[in-house]
Design a protein around this ligand. Structure first.
Ligand SMILES: [Mg+2]
Length: 371
């Protein structure tokens, strides 16, 4: 039997309105994250009426360089997108390949993980710093920051949607609060979430909003919380990461150190991870992409390093990350971006009790979006 090798006839990029369940506030470094924005997706059509589609981020690429090529020129079933210049279509090409081969992406990737993937809530931002109403045209003298209680409310509302683990943004003292008061608020919120959810996985992400000494003080103050991981505590520095790891080994030995979300040079981080000063690498689902993860995961497995592709700010990215976890293995938990994308039918995915089960349908199991 010869597998179909369709020729690409067109590539369309469309923007799909996207909605978080609520306005998402600041992190340690950036202002409000808004209400969802738009997800830009590429739809690849072929002469055999097979179609594949997926999220694109960044500048995109040259459509004319793709149209007219057979799929086999663009993507290798064993390795992924063949050419660097086509990586902007990495997600859509994997979807199309799965559709053509009648295989779900997790199977294309090797089926090394479980189809049911643990997903944590990645939407617990610094909403305590903002008033309920951010509308500049509707300023109300009573508008005041909502305080820590709203962070607990956000956790509760996401728990009602199925989440059992939470990643808390911290680092309030970096830009938004006085250092000591901000650090104290970080500790207070971490402890209050633990009190409310004694069994939850709690992760924290400082978006580089601490320095080494400050972060070690935070870790001391929450040592009994049993954090699952600490993410980007301070700007990457191998010496600081080694010092944090030594401190972690003493005060909170089960807590993982997660890094690499924005790493400009992954090869420079690998030796740090191989020394186990980083436990989990976080390069992005789309901008790093499936193809590069396919190459990297076997090296991480040899080194005993875990992975969890960064998925914030598009709900679609969580679905792709779950396929990577189910396919590549070595990704015990992935980032959940609560919300929905207009025109996208994700009903093939089942999310219950903190676990997302990926569909056994071709590609990513997502019908073409209907704008
Ligand atoms: Mg992060």
């Amino acid at each position: 039997m010869t597998l179909a090798d369709p020729t690409v006839t067109r590539v369309d990029v469309v923007a799909l309105p996207t909605y978080y369940p609520r306005r998402v506030g600041r992190n340690a470094r950036l202002g409000s994250h808004g209400t969802g924005g738009e997800s830009r997706v590429a739809v690849i059509s072929t002469d055999t009426r097979h179609t594949g589609w997926g999220l694109v981020e960044g500048p995109g690429g040259d459509v004319a360089d793709v149209v007219g090529h057979p799929l086999s020129d663009l993507v290798d079933p064993a390795g992924g997108t063949r050419h660097e210049r086509h990586l902007w279509l990495d997600i859509a090409l994997h979807d199309l390949l799965g559709v053509v081969q009648d295989l779900p992406v997790h199977a294309l990737l090797g089926g090394r993980g479980d189809r049911s993937v643990e997903v944590y809530d990645g939407a617990i931002y610094l909403d305590d710093l903002d008033p309920d109403d951010l509308d500049p045209d509707d300023l109300d003298p009573d508008d005041a920051p909502r305080g820590p209680q709203v962070v607990l409310e956000n956790c509760r509302s996401d728990a009602a949607a199925g989440y059992t683990g939470f990643k808390l943004k911290i680092g309030r003292g970096h830009r938004w609060m006085d250092r000591a008061a901000g650090d104290a608020r970080d500790v207070e919120i971490t402890r209050r979430v633990r009190e409310a959810w004694p069994d939850a996985k709690i992760l924290v992400d400082a978006n580089d909003g601490y320095d080494l000494d400050g972060f070690c003080r935070y870790l001391d103050a929450v040592a009994d919380v049993g954090l699952y991981w600490v993410e980007e505590p301070f700007p990457d520095d191998p010496g600081d990461l080694a010092a944090l790891r030594r401190h972690r080994d003493v005060v909170s030995p089960a807590t993982r150190i997660a890094e690499g979300e924005t790493a400009p040079d992954v090869e420079a981080l690998l030796p740090v991870a191989e020394r186990h000063d980083i436990d989990v690498l976080l390069m992005d689902v789309v901008s790093f992409g499936i193809t590069r993860w396919r190459r990297l995961v076997p090296r991480l497995a040899d080194a005993g390093v875990e992975a969890s592709p960064h998925a914030w700010g598009r709900p679609l990215k969580t679905l792709y990350a779950a396929h990577m976890a189910a396919g590549l293995g070595g990704m015990p938990i992935v980032e959940g971006v609560p919300g929905r994308t207009d025109g996208v039918d994700a009903s093939g995915y089942v999310f219950v009790d903190g676990h997302l089960t990926v569909p056994d349908r071709p590609g990513f199991g997502l019908p073409l979006p209907r704008p």
